[in-house]
Design a protein around this ligand. Structure first.
Ligand SMILES: [Ca+2]
Length: 350
């Protein structure tokens, strides 16, 4: 016993050292990507799959840029390209909650992936996307970050079916909305416009942390010829595919007099990897569902206050102001070059 003590101490010291180094290594975030792929969705997915900060637990598909069926096939093409058939890819909603679907082949190519043909080897998971979200949130309580980069239909269905998941979700980092105008029209951003009722459910579900990565920052992250050239110089099928997507998007942008194409969905993934890429302000955000010109607008209260108007006889009198509780952190600024460098280096496999 006396002789074995130093050896035992040494062993315990070694165990402690291993445990400490394991603790020092940050564990990858468990994420679920809810997506309508989509060119910029494809880049967001490939960014995630090339990044050690996250582990993709599932990809759930929502109709938006393309139909639900085409989106599912596209997601499977992307996991095939990345050689990641181990990741469950599940279909979900077939249409928005309360309106007809609006698809965007105009912006994404007729197959949704810049008309680039990719093979499919991976198979779809038979589970219903919102059910898979519910299942994974219960399996990993307080560990799952949801990264919705399409209309919010699947997330709304999941929280409506099982509201008990809301406090068990670690964070929601969504691409959608804007607080300085829209891209569909003067007021609305496409993801929110494609299912305003779902978006209103998600913003008001009561998630502990919800980050809105909207047009205000997405429009500042412009992918240009420089990034295409950097990717063309890199070997491999993923860099090659992303360079081709970039070329397609840039050709489209030039038709509208722009020299760059916004990286909306990839930026939401970038914020998931590195929250310091953006500056956020806490705001109360509601989604307009009835406006004549503003259906689908994310209406953000910057001061988080509303006037208290009290009826006195035939008129209202302002008697003070009431605070409203913020439900989102809205991205208001972005370190765009740092993000683009991160995107390119990860796609290049570095
Ligand atoms: Ca998308």
């Amino acid at each position: 016993m006396k002789n074995s003590s130093p050896r035992r101490l040494l062993f315990l010291f070694f165990v402690l050292l291993v445990a400490m180094s394991a603790l020092a290594q940050p564990q990858p975030k468990k994420i679920i990507i809810d997506t309508d792929p989509g060119t910029d969705d494809a880049l967001a997915i490939l960014l995630a799959l090339n990044s050690p900060e996250v582990r993709v637990q599932a990809i759930t598909v929502v109709p938006g840029n393309v139909t639900a069926q085409m989106g599912l096939q596209n997601a499977l093409k992307l996991t095939t390209l990345a050689n990641r058939c181990d990741i469950p890819v599940a279909g979900g909603a077939q249409h928005p909650l309360a309106q007809k679907l609006i698809t965007a082949e105009f912006w994404h190519g007729k197959n949704g992936l810049a008309n680039i043909e990719l093979p499919t080897r991976c198979k779809a998971d038979p589970r219903f996307g919102p059910d898979l979200i519910i299942e994974l949130v219960h399996k990993y309580p307080h560990q799952i970050t949801l990264v919705p980069v399409g209309p919010l239909t699947n997330i709304a269905l999941a929280v409506s079916k099982d509201p008990s998941i809301v406090p068990l979700v670690k964070q929601v980092i969504l691409m959608g909305g804007g607080i300085s105008g829209g891209n569909v029209n003067a007021a609305a951003e496409a993801n929110i416009y494609n299912d305003p009722e779902a978006a209103q459910i998600v913003f008001n579900a009561g998630f502990a942390s919800l980050i809105m990565v909207g047009l205000d920052v997405g429009n500042k992250t412009l992918f240009t010829d420089r990034q295409v050239a950097e990717l063309q110089a890199a070997p491999g099928p993923i860099a090659n595919f992303v360079a081709q997507v970039g070329t397609f998007l840039l050709d489209l942008s030039r038709r509208f007099g722009e020299h760059g194409t916004p990286m909306y969905d990839p930026l939401a993934m970038g914020v998931t990897l590195d929250p310091t890429l953006v500056t956020t302000h806490a705001m109360r955000v509601d989604v307009e569902t009835r406006g004549e010109f503003t259906r689908g607008e994310t209406v953000a209260n910057r001061s988080n206050m509303v006037e208290r108007n009290v009826l006195h006889g035939d008129r209202y009198i302002i008697e003070g102001v009431d605070k409203v509780t913020p439900n989102a952190r809205v991205c208001v600024d972005v370190r765009a070059q740092r993000f683009l460098d991160l995107l390119v280096s990860r796609i290049r496999g570095k």
